[in-house]
Write a new protein. Structure first.
Length: 121
């Protein structure tokens, strides 16, 4: 399994996806929150990115103290800021689906600052 292989390299935090109903993946939580590099990261699989200024949509993440929301459901890379909150989908590096260009993402974190980069493979 890929999670085990990645864990041999570095610590891994994972959440379950919408198709992870059976097997070991079904045991992963739907949401994880992490404090990394002085930033609070909200990690989940499916996110509806709120429009700029949609305070009700942003409140879900603000109430958690999130600096960044990291997700992956669509398999499409995405990196934008909405009212000071970073939304980041690194895309998909695995088996090609949905005509998606394979990519990975990198987050550079410092207290009060989240910078992301999408790298096309």
């Amino acid at each position: 399994q890929i999670i085990e292989q990645l864990s041999d390299i570095a610590p891994v935090t994972a959440v379950r996806g919408n198709n992870d109903r059976e097997g070991p993946e079904s045991e992963y939580p739907e949401i994880e929150t992490l404090n990394l590099g002085g930033c609070h990261i909200y990690l989940t699989h499916i996110v509806k990115v709120p429009k700029e200024g949609d305070e009700a949509g942003l409140a879900v993440y603000r109430e958690q103290g999130a600096d960044a929301v990291v997700y992956g459901h669509s398999h499409y890379a995405f990196h934008e800021e909405r009212s000071g909150l970073t939304f980041f989908n690194p895309g998909a590096a695995g088996k090609r689906r949905f005509k998606v260009v394979p990519s990975i993402g990198l987050l550079d974190l410092e207290p009060g600052r989240v910078e992301g980069r999408i790298l096309v493979l």
